[in-house]
Design a protein around this ligand. Sequence first.
Ligand code: ZN
Length: 481
Amino acid sequence: MKKRIFCLILSAAFLFCGCTDKTNNEVAEDVFAAEENIDNNETEENIETPTLEEYVSEIEVIPTPIREYGDSATYIHMENTLVARILYPVTDIEPLKKKMDEWMSETVDDYIRMLQGRNDDEPAELTVEYNSYLINNRYAGIKMNGIFDMPYMAHPEDVAVTFNADIKKRRVVELEDILVEDGKEILTEMTVERAGIEEDDVNKHILDNWVITHEGIEIVLERGAYLPMSEGTKTLLFTYEEMEDILENPEVWEEKGEDEIENTTEASVEIKIEEPEVEEDKPMIALTFDDGPSAHTDRLLDILEEYGGKATFFLVGNMVDKRAETVERMANEGHEIANHSWSHRQLTKLGDQELNDQIMNTRAVIYNLTEVDPVLLRPPYGSYNDEVSAKAKELGITMVNWSVDTLDWKNKDADKVYKHIMQTAADGAIVLCHDLYPTTVDAMEKAIPALIAEGYQLVTVSQLLESDGEEMEAGKMYYKK
Ligand code: ZN
């Protein structure tokens, strides 16, 4: 609800800017310039254009996923017909791991089969993320949700799946395990009634997607499966209190101790940004890392600190809160923090509002945490079109792809990544890597000192593009210097 308001403020502001006779550049300056705007209002109605500070002060209302169980990992599959990116929690509970792995590979295989023989200009997109809940350190609930979008499809399809595990017994939990004998029938009736489902539409799969949360059991009804498409994917919450009579052991679910999850949005460290220096006449390379921050990012920062190089991190917005300290460290140590969208959507497929949200939510979450305004955007998959360029221009944002692709996500081989970088190293290169993989960080342990030994300075993308006194252009795509 609050998120809507935030979006409305944004769109209203741009709409307002669009009404004047200004060029896009002036609009971008207007939107993000500081207070002078207030005195400089050209319209008769006294509408003030919010500053970036004002926009981002709303950031705490953007729902970031709750991830209490398991470190995040990413399953990536890319081929001509499909790009799939599934964020999932790492677990050491074998049956749970097996179940999630099966779901991911089967889902991707199903879509690939469905897309067989198609010859679209663009691949279809499958993007899935998750929320996870940890109850009394005993039960984990995992709720994955995402979209499948393919060229010429009117609306993206919702994707939803849930997993539950008993951590103590190290096994997957089925609904039958926690309910009394006829509990499932009763819960089915409760679901049908609560959601208003027609009798004819009920089948035995209605409770397939259920998840343990702090408040109760959620039932996820996939869009179109039991209710009209227009209702979207529907989530029903049955509190533990409501379910008392049908739960096998109601006392298990009583929350013990702190039930509030700590909010890490607030900056906990004072930010003192180190101004890195650049020697104009020395060859330079910009190492860039996409899709983080991850559990491996700090080790990469250690390596950069040891050898004195700077890098650019294209962050996925919905990952920032979880690793706020790592992001603060990036800022403090003089690395460049940049935008890689909010949830790694393929930007070319989005409508104006969604495109705006994907860029601005990430910009805001980074700004709120570090007071750095990330003005560089790398569109996920490097994929952009005229609409994306126009939006970047409107927002005063410069787009950056790469001249060297290490394919580290695919080969996951430290030696290959290292060799590739050393063979293609050149003055002005922008190198694409991902700090999601330990193998990439392993490669950096060798590549960073080796590049420095060869006489390169490792600079941020902005430093590279702005060397020789040049200015970066909003809306333009850069690949190298
Ligand atoms: Zn990416």
